[in-house]
Design a protein around this ligand. Structure first.
Ligand code: SF4
Length: 269
């Protein structure tokens, strides 16, 4: 693998990496110390808001290909302290390779965090037990039927909640801070007071926070960018209900390298 191009704005650097079989996959360098890596070429989950899953899955990345994204970034002079398994692909659906890459990064002394839809739950269970530095589990709706429209290939929420409950019941309040429900706020889809109320209830029952994500509008996909007012309203609503809620940081809402914007073969199409 090698870096083909680096596209950047003031905050993020999008690294396009070429595989030996001529696909281009993307990693993002942000905050001056973190690399977000892709785990699959495309994504079989095909979330309806995400550019990464638009073409479905081409193939899994090998552990070496996941590790290479880090190594070539380091060789190009990027200083990296944290790894985020949050690029293209669902880490739990390429689990053996992701685990091998994870242990490689840990041996290098890097901190590793994950974004996952929690599918399949048996791999989620294993992930929760790893010495990770953060796991964000994407809910995006608290109703299975709606969640299926947003995350078409996912785990039943009840299975995810049960898996989380079993794991979290053994942890201290401090340790629970490593876990968050990721909730992408989509205007008119999942932002009703009833749904947010239910989200607050689940988050408090589990004793973990909500990472409220702002939607990055993507050409060709059906949703509109969440307005600042809608976003703030949902944030205050959850906060008033006693939820530990965090907002999308400025790296996540960029057009370059923001959440859901990474693609396979961007330039070739
Ligand atoms: S959000 Fe994640 S799981 Fe969903 S399609 Fe995009 S890369 Fe795949």
């Amino acid at each position: 693998m090698k870096v083909e191009t680096v596209i950047q704005d003031q905050l993020n650097k999008l690294l396009e990496v070429k595989t030996d079989d001529q696909f281009t996959v993307e990693s993002v360098y942000y905050r001056g110390d973190t690399l977000c890596v892709s785990t699959q070429l495309g994504c079989p989950v095909r979330c309806s808001f995400c550019a990464s899953g638009m073409k479905g899955l081409i193939r899994n990345l090998t552990a070496d290909e996941i590790i290479s994204q880090y190594e070539i970034a380091v060789a190009d002079g990027f200083e990296i302290k944290n790894m985020a398994f949050a690029g293209i692909g669902e880490p739990l659906l390429n689990w053996e390779n992701v685990k091998n890459a994870f242990w490689y990064f840990k041996e290098k002394g890097l901190k590793c965090s994950f974004y996952t839809t929690g599918f399949p739950a048996k791999n989620l269970k294993e992930l929760l037990s790893l010495p990770h530095n953060g796991v964000n589990i994407s809910f995006h709706s608290v109703y299975d039927e709606k969640r299926k429209q947003i995350i078409p290939r996912g785990e039943k929420l009840q299975n995810i909640i049960q898996t989380l409950k079993e794991h979290l019941s053994k942890l201290s309040k401090r340790k629970k801070k490593l876990y968050n429900i990721a909730y992408l706020l989509i205007s008119g889809v999942n932002d009703s007071p009833q749904e947010l109320e239910e989200l607050a209830k689940i988050s408090k029952e589990l004793g973990i926070g909500v990472s409220l994500l702002k939607y990055n509008e993507i050409e060709g996909l059906p949703y509109k960018t969440t307005t600042d007012q809608e976003y703030e309203k949902a944030f205050l609503f959850l906060k008033e209900k006693g939820v530990r809620v965090t907002l999308s940081n400025r790296y996540r809402t960029r057009k370059i390298g923001g959440c859901g914007t990474l693609m396979v073969n961007r330039m070739n199409d």
